[in-house]
Design a protein around this ligand. Structure first.
Ligand code: NAD
Length: 512
């Protein structure tokens, strides 16, 4: 099924300019010829933008550092008031930001609105957190001594973000970093600069309203060289980088070489196990969203379905029918569920992966083909592909950032868990089962080895309250809720002697 005609580029450009202006972006100041804002909806260029040079990055880091010197001694609940105001502005401009997310990343309306909602949610979380940056007090082994931990702001946090969550991932970092007393320099994806400019303008408004120091948040627009300058900056104690494992492999060692810290949120290759007791209506529904939502361009997208051999034919049949029914097309239309791939390169990688999968013994059951190339020649709409595989071959072990769901079969749960874990990535996993012991086995220490493991839920669509991130080549970072805030602060252990005497730990006697 194909939905209504794609919006025209002129209409999309006008919509983008209106949304930017309403968010407070001065269009004449940001337009230029260094970088082109483009929309995957038609594949057309929207307008040129100014970009930052590596030297501009140094200036942005310096400005953020200067703001940090004031911000770090501002009481945390006062810092929370800034984030509260920012959350109010995001709520006011939810539609504008969602429009920009759709225009630049191609997300359907409800997912674009959901992404902005995620920013609002993390602001709420961070406001509460601003009164809960707890340190512990431990019993001292020495009489008349107090032993405790205090948490202090860290400095300038460098945030590098990917195109597929153009605003939420920055907000996870920025909202938490700001209440922790840090300042932020953000290098958004070169594919999504407009959403970044809009968010930065709204945060600047919040900074003015809250009377917070200017320069708390800086945006540096540009390609990898701009990111590299941020990565190498000795003034940036923490780099939080979201993107491909390839990017993380470059960024991680560079930051480590200068003893900086990283939060790495990299590629995933997420699987769900379907056991014979699973509710198949629920399973198929959840699997289709997880595999085809955001056109398969989520780090948590379901890429492998590991189905018990007794029900594999039924599951494949039902998924095939569901994939063939998916409404693909203009993400601004309410009926659309699958928007475009981000660009031609993404489509090329998808086509190549499907070809490799069939060469490696797979059977293409549904999808894989480009949709209406005549109506939208520069855009890459594609029907999500369902491929049944005889084994977990080389192509299945890789992350192809496109909607391809590989179906594998298993005989016993140990085999299913082994298949889940034998890929290099470790982001998200799920099991569909009505058997509690199977569910518990999947979540046990020798079960799924991922940072996120779900029961009767697909692999995507995490809430902000939990810590988000994954193991192995996914990078090991954690962001968002729970105690992820600790990565944005430095810990000091303090011992206070109020006894009036020198007492040494471990019973050491040094009496003079
Ligand atoms: P990408 O790696 O191409 O780019 C991500 C960002 O890194 C961009 O801003 C880019 O300019 C920058 N960058 C690239 N090379 C760099 C370098 N050497 N130094 C500094 N910066 C550099 O990724 P993408 O195509 O935008 O996003 C898709 C990828 O991101 C997928 O692999 C997906 O799984 C992953 N992702 C992971 C998460 C997560 O939380 N684990 C979330 C979203 C996306």
């Amino acid at each position: 099924m194909v939905t209504a005609a794609i919006s025209g580029t002129d209409e999309i450009r006008a919509r983008a300019e209106q949304a930017l202006t309403r968010c407070g972006v001065d269009l004449t100041a940001v337009k230029g010829d260094a970088l082109t804002a483009r929309t995957p909806l038609t594949g057309a260029d929207l307008f040129g933008l100014r970009a930052q040079t590596p030297e501009d990055v140094d200036r942005a880091v310096e400005a953020a550092h200067t703001a940090f010197l004031t911000w770090r001694t501002t009481p945390a609940p006062v810092r929370g008031a800034l984030v509260k105001r920012f959350g109010e502005l995001l709520t006011e401009h939810k539609q504008d930001l969602a429009d920009l997310v759709t225009i630049e990343a191609g997300k359907i309306r409800s997912e674009a609105l959901g992404e902005v909602q995620e920013m609002i949610d993390i602001c709420d979380f961070a406001v509460g957190l601003s009164r809960q940056l707890y340190g512990r007090t431990m019993p001292s082994e020495r009489p008349g001594h107090r032993l405790m931990e205090t948490w202090h702001p860290l400095g300038v946090v460098g945030v590098i973000s990917a195109f597929n969550f153009p605003v939420a991932v920055w907000a996870w970092n920025a909202a938490v970093a700001l209440v922790c007393g840090d300042t932020v320099v953000w290098k958004p994806s070169e594919l999504t600069p407009l959403t970044a400019l809009a968010c930065a303008a709204l945060l600047d408004l919040a900074i003015a309203d809250a009377g917070a120091p200017k320069g708390l948040n800086q945006v540096v627009v540009g390609a990898a060289d701009v990111g590299e300058r941020l990565v190498d900056s000795p003034r940036v104690p923490l780099v939080s980088a979201t993107g491909s494992t390839r990017m993380g492999r470059a960024v991680g060692p560079r930051v480590a070489a200068r003893f900086g810290r990283t939060i790495l949120e990299l590629g995933g290759n997420n699987a769900a196990v379907v056991t014979p007791s699973a509710d198949l209506d629920l399973t198929v529904n959840a699997a289709v969203f997880a595999a085809a939502g955001t056109a398969g361009q989520r780090c948590t997208t379901l890429r492998r379905l590991i189905v018990h051999e007794d029900i594999a034919d039924t599951v494949v049949e039902r998924l095939t029918a569901a994939f063939e029914r998916l409404p693909i097309g203009d993400p601004f239309q309410d009926t659309t569920l699958v928007g475009p791939l981000v660009n031609e390169a993404a489509f090329g990688r998808m086509r190549e992966a499907v070809e490799r999968a069939t060469a490696e013994g797979g059977t293409l059951c549904a999808g894989g083909e480009r949709q209406f190339p005549d109506a939208a020649p520069g855009a890459y709409y594609v029907r999500p592909a369902l491929v049944r595989m005889p084994a977990q071959t080389a192509v299945v072990r890789e992350e192809t950032f496109a909607p391809i769901l590989y179906v594998l079969t298993y005989r016993d749960l140990d085999e299913a868990i082994r298949l889940n874990n034998e890929v290099p990535q470790g982001l998200s996993a799920g099991i569909f089962t009505a058997d509690q012991s199977e569910a518990e086995r999947f979540l046990a220490p020798d079960g799924a080895d991922c940072g996120i493991a779900n029961v009767n839920i697909g692999t995507s669509g995490a809430e902000i309250g939990g810590a988000f991130g994954g193991e192995k080549e996914t990078g090991g970072g954690r962001e968002s809720g729970s105690d992820a805030w600790r990565a944005y602060m430095r810990r000091a252990t303090n011992t206070v002697n109020y006894s009036g005497r020198v007492a040494l730990a471990q019973g050491v006697d040094f009496s003079q």
